[in-house]
Unconditional design. Structure first.
Length: 96
C-alpha cells in the first residue's frame, strides 16, 4: 500500500490507536522532559513526522476520543480516590 494509513492498523480505529494516542499527545505537549537530560522534543519531535501529526489530529477530532480524554483530565486515575467503586481498596465492598 502506498501513502499513510488512516489509523495505526489500517483503516479502522482500534485499541492500538487508543493505547498509543496518550503517549503521542504527551510528546506533542510537555514531552517527557527531566532536569539534567536532553529535551524530549530534540530527539522525539513530531515535526519530522507529518503523518503521525495528521493521525493525532484525526483521532483528537473524534467526539468519543474527546470524551475519553476528559475522563482523567481533572484528576489522573479518579478511580483511586477513596470511596470510588472501582478503587481496588473498595472493590467488592460497593453496593453498585
Amino acid at each position: 500500500a502506498s501513502g499513510p494509513r488512516t489509523f495505526l492498523v489500517g483503516e479502522a480505529y482500534s485499541i492500538a490507536d487508543m493505547a498509543c494516542l496518550p503517549w503521542v499527545l504527551m510528546l506533542r505537549g510537555t514531552g517527557y522532559d527531566r532536569p539534567g537530560q536532553p529535551l524530549a522534543r530534540d530527539f522525539l519531535g513530531l515535526g519530522r513526522y507529518p503523518n503521525v501529526s495528521a493521525w493525532v489530529d484525526r483521532l483528537a477530532s473524534r467526539p468519543a476520543v474527546q470524551r475519553g480524554m476528559r475522563v482523567c483530565a481533572g484528576s489522573p486515575k479518579p478511580w483511586l480516590k477513596d470511596g470510588h467503586p472501582l478503587n481496588p481498596a473498595t472493590v467488592g465492598t460497593s453496593k453498585l
